[in-house]
Design a protein around this ligand. Structure first.
Ligand code: 6AU
Length: 263
C-alpha cells in the first residue's frame, strides 16, 4: 500500500525537461547514483566517466578543476552522455548577483549552459540569482538545484536559511527542480528532487570537514532521491575497482529506494 510515487511516475510532476529526463533515466537504468568526477586530468576524467557510465543516472563535474581543459573535452563528454544515457550536472555553486551569474553560466571558457543539463547555486544572494540563471537556462531546458544544506561539519546552511531556500525554490518551480541537501525537508512532497552528497560506505570523513553517510541512510532514512558519490568510487586505482565500486553503490542506492517505495 505504497503512497510514494516511483521515480518514473514523478516525471509527470515536473514541467522542466531536465528534471523529467533525469527521473525517466533513473527509472530506465534502475540507478539513483550520481558520480562526482573530481579529477584534474582530462584523460582520467573521460576514462572514469566511460567506466562508471553504465551504472549512473548522472555525472557531476567540477569543470574548473581540469588543468588541461579544452573545448573538445565537452564534445567527448556529450558523446559519453549519449553512449551511456546519463545527464550532466556541473557543480558550479553560483553565488553572485544575477547579472554576474548569467555571464558565468553562459560565457567564459566553459560555457556551462551549453552542455550541463543541471547546475546548482547558493541561495545567499536572494531570488535575483535565480532570475539571472533562468534567463540563460530556462530557454535551453536546463534545471537548477539550490543548496539548502551542506554535508560539511559546521555548515551555516541550517534552520531559517534552509527554510528561506525552500521558499525561493517554491516561487520558481519552472527552473528550480530541487535541492542539494541532506534530507527531504518540510513534509516535502515528491515534486522536488533531493540530491545528496557526503555518501560513502567505507569512510566517515576526509579530515577537511566532509562527513559521509551510507546510501541506505540517505535514500531510506532521509528520503533523498539521488546519492552523489565521488572519492568512494574513483579513489581506487584500477578501472576494475572503479567499475566494482560503481556497481556496489548503484545496488546499495537502488535497493534502499525499492525498500522506501514499498513502505
Ligand atoms: O564524495 P566526495 O566527498 O569525494 O565528493 C563530494 C562531492 C564534491 C563536493 O563539491 C560536492 O559533492 N558537495 C556538494 C555539492 C554536490 O554541491 C555539496 C555539499 O554539501 N557537499 C559536497 O560534498 O564534488
Amino acid at each position: 500500500s505504497s503512497h510514494l510515487q516511483s521515480y518514473g511516475q514523478r516525471a509527470q510532476n515536473f514541467t522542466n525537461p531536465a528534471a523529467k529526463l533525469l527521473l525517466e533515466t533513473m527509472e530506465r537504468k534502475k540507478s539513483n547514483l550520481a558520480v562526482s568526477v573530481d579529477v584534474t586530468k582530462t584523460k582520467d576524467f573521460l576514462s572514469i566517466i566511460d567506466t562508471v557510465g553504465p551504472f549512473v543516472c548522472l555525472i557531476k563535474t567540477h569543470i574548473d578543476i581540469l588543468e588541461d581543459f579544452d573545448p573538445s573535452l565537452i564534445t567527448q563528454l556529450k558523446e559519453l552522455s549519449q553512449k551511456h544515457n546519463f545527464l550532466i550536472f556541473e557543480d558550479r555553486k553560483f553565488a553572485d548577483i544575477g547579472n554576474t551569474v548569467a555571464l558565468q553560466y553562459s560565457r567564459g571558457v566553459h560555457r556551462i549552459a551549453d552542455w550541463a543539463h543541471i547546475t546548482n547555486a547558493h541561495a545567499v544572494p536572494g531570488p535575483g540569482i535565480i532570475t539571472g540563471l533562468s534567463s540563460v537556462g530556462l530557454p535551453l531546458g536546463r534545471g537548477l538545484l539550490l543548496l539548502a544544506e551542506m554535508s560539511t561539519k559546521g555548515s551555516l546552511a541550517t534552520g531559517a536559511y534552509t527554510d528561506a531556500t525552500l521558499r525561493m525554490a517554491e516561487n520558481n518551480r519552472d527552473f528550480v527542480v530541487g535541492f542539494v541537501a541532506q534530507q527531504r525537508m518540510g513534509g516535502h512532497h515528491e515534486d522536488f528532487l533531493v540530491l545528496t552528497p557526503g555518501v560513502g560506505l567505507d569512510s566517515k570523513g576526509d579530515g577537511m570537514g566532509q562527513q559521509y553517510r551510507t546510501p541506505r541512510e540517505v535514500i531510506l532514512d532521509s528520503a533523498c532521491d539521488v546519492i552523489i558519490v565521488g572519492r568512494g568510487i574513483y579513489g581506487g586505482d584500477t578501472a576494475e575497482s572503479v567499475r566494482a565500486q560503481a556497481q556496489r553503490y548503484q545496488d546499495a542506492g537502488w535497493s534502499s529506494y525499492l525498500e522506501r517505495i514499498s513502505l
